[in-house]
Design a protein around this ligand. Structure first.
Ligand SMILES: *[C@@H]1O[C@H](CO)[C@@H](O)[C@H](O)[C@H]1NC(C)=O
Ligand SMILES: *[C@@H]1O[C@H](CO)[C@@H](O)[C@H](O)[C@H]1NC(C)=O
Ligand SMILES: *[C@@H]1O[C@H](CO)[C@@H](O)[C@H](O)[C@H]1NC(C)=O
Ligand SMILES: CC(=O)N[C@H]1CO[C@H](CO)[C@@H](O)[C@@H]1O
Length: 628
C-alpha cells in the first residue's frame, strides 16, 4: 500500500543501506560527506538551542517541515556516460521489509537501544543573539552530523543559524516509508559570497495579496536569499496606507487592494522571522502619479497627458500612464516629507529605496512651474534640475542614523537627467547594459546591486501588453534585407529572423525570456578590477508586474530565483574553475519539486522525463560545454 502510493507519485527511493547524500540548493561552500550509509533520524527528533523570538520559532518550523516533507529526492546527478537503470521501488521494498516498519513507535526513539546510531537532537549554538538583521550581518554557519548521531549547527548570529536550519531541512529526508534518515557523518562550512541577495516584486502595476508575498518570503528563506525588495508604489496604483493622507489609497485598484500599515508590519515581521530583510521602494520622482495626485495635484506633472508613444520625440512616459513629481514645485517636498516619514518608520531596515528610474524630460513641459524654473536659471539643464531634486529630497530621506538609500542607476547614468553630484553612499541598482553599467557605477565608487535586465528581469519574453498594437497584425513575415535573406536562402534554415513576430521580441522590450541557465551563467563582475568587483554587494532578480499577479507569481519567480540564490551564495563555478551550470541541473530540478511540495507553485522547467533520466536531456554531450 505504502509502496504503491510512492510508486504512484513517481518518487525515487533509496535503500537505507545506500548513501543518501542530498543535494542542497544553494550548494554549500564546503560539504564533506561520508558514504557509510544513513543513520535513522528519530521521528520525534528535536532541535534545541537558545531561546530567542526568531530562533525558537525556527526550530519548530524546521522540525515540522522535515517531518511533514519527508523528502525523497526527485532526481540526482549521475556521471554522464553511465546511466544506471532507473531505480525500481519494488526492489527496496523487498530489501528491508521489516527493518523500520515500526519507525513511528516510541521505542524507536530509544537511542541506547540502537547503539546511539540515531539522530534525535540537533543542537543549535549561536555565539551572538543580538546582531540585528541588517546589511552585512554575519550569515555563516557550520553543520555537523556525526557518526555517533550528534547533530550540531553553530553560527555567529541568529541569521546564520536560520541558514543552517534551511540546510538541515534539505539534508534529512524520508526513507520512503514512515521514517527519516540522514547520511553521516557530514560536515558543512558555509557562508555567502554576497551580502545582498534578493528579489524585487512590483506590487503597483498589479496587486499581490499578503499570502502571495508570504509565499515568496518562504521560498526566499529556503533558498538562502535575504532581501525582499518591495517595489510598493508606481504610477499605475498606490496601494499603501498613509495615515496623514488617507486619500492616497483612492488610487489603489480597490479598497481591498491596499496594504494597511498593519499589513506592512506583518510582512516585515514575517521576513525577519525568516532572515529576510524587507527593503521598501517608493518610486520618486518618476513613475509617480497615483496617490500623490490625490493629495496635491500640483505635486504631479503631466498626469493628464497622452503618454504619446505615437510621437516618441515628445513622449511624456515610457509606458502608460504618465505622471512624475514636479521637481520645481515646493509643495512636492512637503508631501514627500509626509509620505516618506510615515513609510520610513514602518521599515526597520537601514536601506530604503527611493526609485529614480526613467525620468522623462518632456513630462516637465506640462508644468508651468518647471518652465518658470528653467526661465529663471538661464543655462540650467536637466542635470541641474535632477540635482535640485536631490538637494531638496536627500535631507528628508536621511531621517535617521544608519539610513542608507538605494536608487536605480538612472540618477547617475541616464542620458536624459543624470544628477551632477550623487552622494557615494547611495547604493546603485544597475539594470541597463550588463556589466558595462555595473563597472561604471563601481568605478565611480558606488556600492552596486546588480539587476541587469538582460539576465535578471523575470518579466521578459512574454510579449507585449500594450493594447491596440497593430504590430501583431502582420500575417506574413515582412521582407528581410537582401543580404540576410540571401544567407538564409543559401543555408537552409527554419529560423529566418524577421522583425517582430517572426524570431523577434514579439513586443517584449527585454525579450527573450531569461531561463535559469541564463541567470546562473551571469558573470556580473566580468571585466571589473578587483577593487571594482569588491563594490558589488549582490544582486536581485526583478519581477515587474505588467503581466503578473498572485495567479502566476510563483511560476514566474521560481525556480529561477533559486539559480540566482546559488550564484550569489556559493557561485557558479566548481573547484576547477568550470561553470557548474550542468551540476546545478539535478539540484534545481529536485528543488523545483520541493517548492511545489511546500506550496510554492514553481514552474516546470523540463519534461519530467529529464528528472528521471539525468543527462538524457543535455544539449551537449560535452559536460564542460559551459567552459570556464
Ligand atoms: C531504552 O533502552 C534501554 C536498553 O534496552 C532500556 O534499558 C531503557 O529502559 C529504554 N528507555 C526507554 C525510555 O524506553
Ligand atoms: C520643454 O522645456 C524645455 C525647458 O524649458 C525646453 O528647452 C524645450 O524646448 C521644451 N520642449 C518643447 C517641445 O517645447
Ligand atoms: C554597452 O556596453 C558595451 C560594452 O559591453 C559598450 O560597448 C556600449 O557602448 C555600451 N552601451 C551604452 C549605451 O552604454
Ligand atoms: C550567404 C551566406 O552568408 N552563407 C553562409 C552560410 O553559412 C556559412 C556557415 O555555415 C557561412 O560561412 C556563409 O557565409
Amino acid at each position: 500500500m505504502k509502496l504503491s502510493l510512492c510508486a504512484a507519485i513517481g518518487l525515487l527511493a533509496l535503500t537505507v543501506s545506500e548513501a543518501v547524500k542530498t543535494n542542497p540548493l544553494p550548494a554549500p561552500v564546503k560539504i564533506n560527506w561520508a558514504s557509510t550509509g544513513a543513520v535513522k533520524v528519530s521521528n520525534n527528533f528535536r532541535i534545541v538551542g537558545p531561546r530567542h523570538d526568531v530562533l525558537s520559532a525556527a526550530y519548530q518550523r524546521t522540525a515540522a517541515l522535515i517531518k511533514e516533507e519527508r523528502w525523497i529526492p526527485a532526481t540526482w546527478d549521475t556521471p554522464f556516460p553511465e546511466f544506471p537503470p532507473f531505480p525500481k521501488l519494488s526492489k527496496r521494498g523487498d530489501d528491508d521489509e521489516d527493518d523500520d516498519e515500526d519507525s513511528d513507535d516510541v521505542d524507536d526513539d530509544n537511542e541506547s537501544a540502537k547503539g546511539g546510531r540515531q539522530l534525535s537532537t540537533i543542537n543549535v549554538e549561536v555565539a551572538d543573539l543580538k546582531t540585528d538583521l541588517q546589511m552585512g550581518a554575519d550569515e555563516s554557519y557550520t553543520l555537523d552530523i556525526t557518526a555517533a548521531g550528534q547533530g550540531t549547527i553553530k553560527s555567529k548570529t541568529v541569521w546564520g543559524a536560520l541558514h543552517g536550519l534551511s540546510t538541515l531541512a534539505q539534508l534529512i529526508q524520508g526513507d520512503g516509508r514512515k521514517g527519516l534518515q540522514v547520511e553521516q557523518p557530514v560536515h558543512i562550512e558555509d557562508a555567502p559570497k554576497y551580502t545582498h541577495r534578493g528579489i524585487m516584486l512590483d506590487t503597483a502595476r498589479n496587486f499581490y495579496p499578503l499570502q502571495a508575498i508570504y509565499r515568496q518570503i518562504d521560498a526566499l528563506a529556503w533558498s538562502k536569499l535575504n532581501v525582499f525588495h518591495w517595489h510598493i508604489t508606481d504610477t499605475q496604483s498606490w496601494p499603501i496606507e498613509i495615515k496623514k493622507h488617507p486619500q492616497m489609497t483612492k488610487d489603489a485598484y480597490s479598497p481591498r487592494k491596499v496594504y494597511t500599515q498593519k499589513d506592512v508590519q506583518a510582512v516585515v515581521r514575517y521576513g525577519r522571522a525568516r532572515g529576510v530583510r524587507v527593503i521598501p521602494e517608493i518610486d520618486m520622482p518618476g513613475h509617480s502619479s497615483s496617490g500623490w495626485q490625490q493629495v496635491d495635484k500640483k505635486a504631479v506633472t503631466c498626469a493628464d497627458s497622452w503618454w504619446d508613444n505615437d510621437g516618441w520625440t515628445h513622449h511624456s512616459a515610457v509606458q502608460p500612464n504618465p505622471g512624475q513629481l514636479d521637481i520645481s514645485y515646493p509643495g512636492t517636498y512637503d508631501l514627500i516629507k509626509d509620505v516618506y516619514g510615515e513609510a520610513s518608520a514602518l521599515f526597520p531596515d537601514n536601506v530604503f529605496h527611493v526609485g529614480y528610474d526613467e525620468l522623462n524630460t518632456y513630462c516637465f513641459n506640462y508644468s508651468q512651474s518647471a518652465m518658470d524654473w528653467f526661465k529663471a536659471r538661464p543655462g540650467a539643464d536637466y542635470s541641474d534640475f535632477s540635482q535640485y531634486f536631490l538637494d531638496n529630497a536627500l535631507p528628508i530621506f536621511y531621517d535617521r542614523p544608519g539610513r542608507r538609500l538605494m536608487m536605480w542607476e538612472d540618477v547617475v547614468l541616464s542620458h536624459g537627467m543624470p544628477a551632477k553630484n550623487v552622494p557615494k553612499d547611495i547604493i546603485m541598482q544597475a539594470w541597463n547594459n550588463g556589466t558595462d553599467h555595473v563597472q561604471k557605477l563601481a568605478a565611480q565608487g558606488y556600492d552596486v546591486v546588480v539587476t541587469s535586465a538582460d539576465f535578471l528581469y523575470l518579466d521578459c519574453g512574454n510579449g507585449g501588453y500594450v493594447t491596440n498594437d497593430a504590430r501583431y497584425n502582420f500575417n506574413e513575415p515582412p521582407p528581410l534585407p537582401a543580404a540576410i535573406s540571401q544567407a538564409f536562402d543559401d543555408n537552409k534554415s527554419e529560423y529566418k529572423p524577421t522583425t517582430f513576430n517572426y524570431g523577434g521580441p514579439g513586443g517584449s522590450w527585454c525579450a527573450p525570456y531569461k531561463t535559469w541557465q541564463r541567470i546562473y551563467g551571469y558573470d556580473f563582475t566580468k571585466g571589473l578590477s578587483a577593487e571594482e568587483a569588491a563594490k558589488v554587494i549582490g544582486a536581485e532578480v526583478a519581477l515587474w508586474s505588467e503581466q503578473s499577479d498572485a495567479t502566476v507569481v510563483d511560476a514566474k519567480v521560481w525556480p529561477r530565483a533559486a539559480a540566482l540564490a546559488e550564484l550569489l551564495w556559493s557561485g557558479n563555478r566548481n573547484a576547477d574553475g568550470f561553470k557548474r551550470t550542468t551540476e546545478l541541473t539535478a539540484r534545481i530540478l529536485d528543488y523545483r519539486e520541493r517548492l511545489v511540495g511546500r506550496g510554492v507553485l514553481a514552474a516546470p522547467v523540463v519534461p519530467e522525463y529529464c528528472l528521471k533520466n539525468p543527462h538524457h536531456c543535455d544539449f551537449y554531450r560535452d559536460q564542460t560545454a559551459f567552459g570556464k
